[in-house]
Design a protein around this ligand. Structure first.
Ligand code: RIB
Length: 299
């Protein structure tokens, strides 16, 4: 039975600054608040999957510093299987997030220990792949590790969902091996070399990418919604109108939601509608992992 989810990805100690705007060059600007939180796209997506009730295993790497302790303990508190998280002497990964009042998020990351994930870490978890439905990846760990995971996951018959974020050059051959590719509008522009200004333009772009890669492409477009194409049909999935207080981790919540839905037999369009409900709840509360909904709230 393939009832497990495996996430190989980043864990970051997030410093989230609440501000009206970004500082200008040469300006020192007071902000209205600051939160310290567990983050990293990998950990965020894994936590959303676990909060929805999926048995979720996480492979990652944190430092032996207090930030690493915090991330490790938080992951365990959210119910992730943490035995494949390795500790290293490199500093724990860091996220510096400007969460602006208009709902936009501007993030910088320090890779740190996230770049110490090894092939041995993947070999250790390989026996689980025969019981795994979906393997989730992002681009905050070495791409060489992503390639290694994709090849192993496909050999074991798992579906692979790649959140190609942050966007980086990645061989088409590997993008095509992934069953579901999720990008936001900025990342989509990087891969498609043009921008999509509306959901319908997003659908056209998703169609082209899906036709080229022979997989399913989801382009998330913030408060607009998401454009989805499986190569044969596409759908515009409008976002839900909610009172957003902070959007950090909204995309990660969406991915955890897609994973839950696909694991429970929904097709990709229905899965994206379910995921939209997850991220709509996430943005109504501050923080990323702590604001993500449990299943009963989404239903
Ligand atoms: O997607 C949000 C995440 O991106 C933050 O938690 C930050 O750590 C970066 O990885």
């Amino acid at each position: 039975m393939r009832n497990k989810v495996l996430v190989v990805g980043s864990m970051n100690y997030d410093i989230i600054l609440k501000a009206k705007r970004l500082p200008e060059e040469g300006e020192t600007m007071p902000v209205s608040g600051c939160t310290f939180a567990a983050g990293g796209k990998g950990a965020n997506q894994a936590v959303q999957a676990a909060k929805l009730g999926l048995e979720t295993y996480f492979v990652g790497c944190v430092g032996t510093d207090p930030m690493g302790d915090f991330l490790y303990n938080t992951a365990a508190e959210y119910g992730l299987h943490t035995e494949y998280i390795h500790r290293t002497s490199a500093p724990t990964g860091l996220g510096l997030v400007h969460a602006l009042e208009d709902g936009s998020v501007h993030a910088s990351i320090v890779r740190g220990a996230n770049f110490e994930i090894t092939r041995e870490d993947i070999d250790a978890v390989e026996p689980l792949m025969d019981e795994t439905g979906i393997v989730i990846l992002q681009m905050e760990i070495p791409l060489e590790i992503n390639r290694y995971v994709i090849d192993k996951a496909k050999a074991h018959g798992c579906k692979v969902l790649l959140n190609a974020a942050p966007a980086e050059p990645f061989e088409k051959e590997y993008l095509a091996k992934c069953d579901i590719l999720v990008v936001n509008e900025v990342e989509a522009a990087f891969y498609a070399d043009r921008t999509a200004g509306s959901l319908s333009e997003g659908c056209a772009m998703a169609d082209e990418m899906a036709a080229e890669l022979h997989n399913t492409v989801v382009i998330t477009m913030g408060s607009e919604g998401a454009a989805v194409s499986d190569g044969n049909r596409h759908e515009e999935i409008p976002s839900m109108k909610v009172n957003a207080v902070e959007t950090t981790g909204a995309g990660d919540s969406f991915i955890g939601g897609i994973t839950y839905a696909v694991m429970n037999g929904m097709d990709i369009m229905e899965a994206c509608r379910f995921a939209t409900r997850c991220s709509a709840i996430t943005v109504t509360r501050p923080g990323a992992q702590n604001s993500m909904p449990v299943l009963s709230e989404v239903l």
